[in-house]
Every structure is written in structure tokens, then in C-alpha cells.
Design a protein around this ligand. Structure first.
Ligand code: 5GP
Length: 184
């Protein structure tokens, strides 16, 4: 019997094929939520969601985490610049309320790791009681700096992906599965 080819979608000029199904993502995110609940019961953690891409992951992760917890949002604005990593970053929305709290950063994807390395440093300056990192997707082959991830969804190949909150130039965030760019 021939297996069904992966579903394909188009966004702007590119074609993408399904890489992680809705069911696979749901099962993994629910397991991550249960693990966080087991680790943080009674601590009332703050889930710090990194906009825009993490909004769907954060919503599902929190609903899978049946303990008292709060949510807060930050946005990282990047500009092409002259720094060693090639980018100047600005953090919008971070405030003093994280001081003394148990903070769990929720991030959709770690690629080179530079963004997360920088964000962890910024959040540590707020002096949280503890800081952990929940990441849905990691591209191990693309990593250029060490990033310690406490809760990881999936390791994926070094391809450009969209769906489940991730976009290509604004499109694709509402796709319920995750799709990788087709070659060519
Ligand atoms: P890093 O600093 O780890 O190289 O990049 C992290 C950011 O790059 C992510 O938060 C995301 O915004 C973007 N990014 C990296 N890889 C992908 C990808 O495959 N698809 C999409 N849509 N964004 C990506």
C-alpha cells in the first residue's frame, strides 16, 4: 500500500509540506504542560510568552498545565545592525512584575540561539526567583550558542517552517500543523 504524501500549502511564493501533524503537536504540548505542572505545583509560575510566534504554543501549553499559573507577554524587535550577532534587539513589554517570581519563557523556535541567549540575560536582570525555558521547536544543526532548554517539544531539521503560530512574512500562523519549506 502506498503511503499518503504529506499535505502541501502555499504561502506567498513558497510551497510547504506537512512535517508535524496537529495530533503530534497536541500530544507533545500536553505532555510538556503536565511536566510543568508536576514541577511547579504551588509555585504559581509566570509563563512569559515571546510574541508573535509563541501565542498559539503558549495558549495550548497553559491549558495543558492544570495548576495555578499566570501569563505575561514580551516582544523582541530586531533590527539589522552592527553587533556581533548582526542584530540589534529591543525588548518590549518586560516589567518589574517578574522580580521574585518563577518564570518560564515560552518560545516557539530556537534557531541559532542568539535571540534566546539575549532574552535570558534580559529576564535574569529582573531577578526572578527561578528561570526556565520551554521551547516547541529546536534546530540542533543551526545552533551557534549553547542554550539550556528545560522543556523541549521537538528537534527538527534545519529547514524553514511555518504554522502553529510561525509565519512566513505574515502568513501561515493559523495553520494547525507545522510545515517545512519544500526544496527548489
Ligand atoms: P535565533 O536567534 O535562534 O536564530 O532565531 C530565533 C527567531 O528566528 C525565532 O524566534 C523566529 O522568530 C525566527 N525563526 C527561526 N527559524 C524560523 C523558522 O524556521 N520559521 C519561522 N517562521 N521563524 C523562524
Amino acid at each position: 500500500m502506498m503511503s499518503t504524501p504529506p499535505a502541501r500549502v502555499r504561502a506567498h511564493d513558497l510551497v510547504f509540506e506537512e512535517m508535524l501533524t496537529e495530533a503530534q503537536i497536541r500530544a507533545r504540548v500536553e505532555a510538556m504542560g503536565r511536566q510543568i505542572a508536576a514541577d511547579y505545583g504551588g509555585k504559581r509560575p509566570v509563563v512569559l510568552s515571546v510574541l508573535n510566534g509563541s501565542f498559539i504554543f503558549t495558549a495550548d501549553l497553559m491549558r495543558a498545565c492544570p495548576i495555578e499559573c499566570e501569563v505575561s507577554f514580551v516582544k523582541v524587535a530586531s533590527y539589522a545592525g552592527q553587533s556581533s550577532t548582526g542584530k540589534v534587539r529591543q525588548l518590549l513589554g518586560l516589567d518589574e512584575s517578574l522580580r521574585g517570581r518563577h518564570v518560564i519563557i515560552a518560545e516557539d523556535i530556537v534557531d541559532s540561539g542568539f535571540t534566546m541567549q539575549w532574552l535570558l540575560r534580559e529576564v535574569r536582570r529582573m531577578e526572578p526567583a527561578s528561570l526556565a525555558l520551554a521551547v516547541l521547536l529546536l534546530k540542533p544543526e543551526a545552533l551557534q550558542v549553547e542554550v539550556s532548554i528545560d522543556y523541549l517539544g521537538f528537534e527538527i531539521p534545519n529547514a524553514f517552517v511555518i504554522g502553529y503560530g510561525l509565519d512566513y512574512d505574515g502568513l501561515g500562523r493559523n495553520l494547525p500543523a507545522i510545515y517545512r519549506k519544500c526544496d527548489g
